[in-house]
Design a protein around this ligand. Structure first.
Ligand code: EPU
Length: 419
């Protein structure tokens, strides 16, 4: 199994180039099930999760051609015949559940495996089910599968009991082909939801209010094909941004890449980071040592849970004590025990972690159980003295395109080794 060898201490310097967003590309791929006409998606990142989603669509009968070098995926769902997301694929990637809404909306039937718990929490899909049920689907749960059926979905009020990103996406996709108007209340406002809605609009859907908690969708008979560029990955950009800050680096980001990172940028400025406006770019310079700053994760526009682990790695050597609260997932502190092994001083009490900044970390063999925890350990490895060897890097390959190449281009010594 491959490992990542990180030589500290590094200082990131140079130009960053964001990949397409995993969490926008996945729903856009699922949304192609809504049309029988050809679709071209651009800026699709070459990631393991994308591979899983394309394999799922191919198993359903879609024809796909993915040019990884250009990030272009051509998809034709006219031959889809198998209306199922099987356990084997849903187990490896929860986002497979995004096929539920499109399948039941277009074909009147979907069979999707229940995902079960995962490394960062229980993560039920009750809100996804309630949404398609509100649109008139009959839901049957048996043998570990959701079976959803409807002759034609009918527009309805969809009140979400909590803010859920993929739940909102499933509801929105299903509502585009329902008869009449739907209103999603308490919708997620994440930029990836807006990106999906932009794609749906490009296919002819009538949607208003995305990016706010109330989304209005006027259902239509059918959607057309089209071409759409997936947005830049704000979480990838945020990871490198935090990496730049904590290594005292100097990295240039385009304004587009940091467009949705207002709060992290604001907090980094409070922590001592300097951000200079240079035409189309933001030039970010980290201080010799960051100052401790508290964060609490919550749905957008608050601090993203997907950057919490990376923030904690940065706070591990900051000057002072910071409090990190995780309010989205119940079990997203899996990186803490590994950071402790690198010399960090962190105490966890329920959903709160108290981080006392130490002068330095030391490299160690570490492993992680999820994608963002792995990213935080890579960042910690950059500032740790000596060598950090990260195992189970298949987690990283799910969500960070060409990580070692991009870090090396910024001056870090990071090498992938096979075993
Ligand atoms: N929840 C429910 N019931 C539901 C849906 C969600 O109780 O029906 C709960 C979850 O258990 C969680 C909270 O609501 O406690 C929010 O979860 P949400 O549904 O928003 O998460 P998600 O849609 O499953 C997406 C991203 C995650 C990201 C979260 C939060 C994708 C494919 N995944 O997950 O990304 O952390 O939103 O922003 O878009 C990652 O990329 O590393 C990742 C985990």
């Amino acid at each position: 199994m491959d490992t990542l060898l990180i030589e500290g201490v590094a200082r990131l310097a140079g130009d960053f180039h964001a990949s397409g967003a995993k969490n926008a590309a996945l729903p856009c791929l699922a949304a192609t099930l809504l049309t029988s006409q050809p679709v071209r998606l651009r800026n699709v990142p070459a990631l393991r999760d994308i591979r899983t989603m394309t394999a799922l669509l191919a198993e359903m009968g879609a024809r796909l051609v993915w040019d990884e070098a250009t990030g272009t995926v051509d998809i034709d769902c006219s031959g889809v015949f198998r209306l199922e997301a099987p356990y084997d694929l849903v187990r490896t990637m929860r986002a497979s559940v995004l096929c539920l809404g499109p399948l039941v909306a277009r074909y009147g039937h979907a069979r999707v495996s229940l995902p079960g718990g995962c490394a960062i929490g229980e993560r039920p899909i009750d809100q996804h089910l309630a949404a398609v049920e509100a649109l008139g689907a009959r839901i049957d749960l048996s043998h570990g599968y959701v079976d959803a059926r409807a002759r034609r979905l009918v527009g309805a009020r969809i009140p979400m009991e909590m803010v859920t990103v993929t739940g909102t996406m499933n509801a929105a996709m299903a509502a585009t082909l329902a008869r009449g108007e739907s209103v999603i209340e308490n919708a997620a406002c994440e930029p990836e939801v807006v990106d999906l809605c932009d794609f749906l609009r490009a296919m002819g859907a009538e949607i208003e209010g995305d990016g706010s908690p109330t989304i209005h969708i006027q259902g239509c008979e059918e959607l057309a094909g089209g071409e759409f560029p997936v947005m830049a990955d704000r979480i990838e950009a945020g990871t490198y941004l935090i990496g730049c800050a904590m290594t005292g680096g100097r990295v240039c980001f385009t304004k587009e890449e940091l467009r949705h990172l207002h709060l992290p940028l604001d907090l980094l400025t409070r922590a001592g980071v300097h951000v200079a406006d240079e035409d189309e770019a933001w030039v970010v310079t980290g201080p010799e040592r960051l100052t401790a700053v508290d964060v609490t994760t919550a749905p957008y526009p608050a601090f993203p849970t997907d950057l919490q682990a990376q923030w904690m790695a940065a706070m591990a050597t900051a000057d002072g004590v910071s409090v990190v609260r995780e309010e989205v997932f119940e079990n997203r502190f899996m990186h803490v025990s590994e950071l402790l092994r690198m010399g960090a001083d962190i105490r966890v009490d329920g959903s709160t972690a108290v981080v006392r900044g130490v002068p330095a970390l030391s490299g160690a063999p570490v492993m992680a159980t999820d994608l963002r925890a792995s990213a935080s350990l890579v960042l910690a490895g950059l500032i740790a003295r000596g060598e950090t060897r990260l195992s189970r890097i298949y987690h990283l390959d799910r969500g960070y395109e060409r990580l070692e190449e991009k870090l090396a281009a910024l001056g870090a010594r990071v090498v992938r080794e096979g075993s």
